[in-house]
Design a protein around this ligand. Sequence first.
Ligand SMILES: [Zn+2]
Length: 54
Amino acid sequence: MFYNPCTDSYGNFKKRYSTYEHAMEVKRHQESCGAHTLRIYRCPNCGYYHLTHT
Ligand SMILES: [Zn+2]
């Protein structure tokens, strides 16, 4: 069976990052583009890292 993909509250697929370093790189880039402050967390569902608002 295919694993259950992670979705956000809008039902969109979340981006997954295999390493914390990669997630941090993307976080810095998005914040420098004027995005909200992002938080990195390790997902208990898929085992990858996601970025989330607030
Ligand atoms: Zn996940």
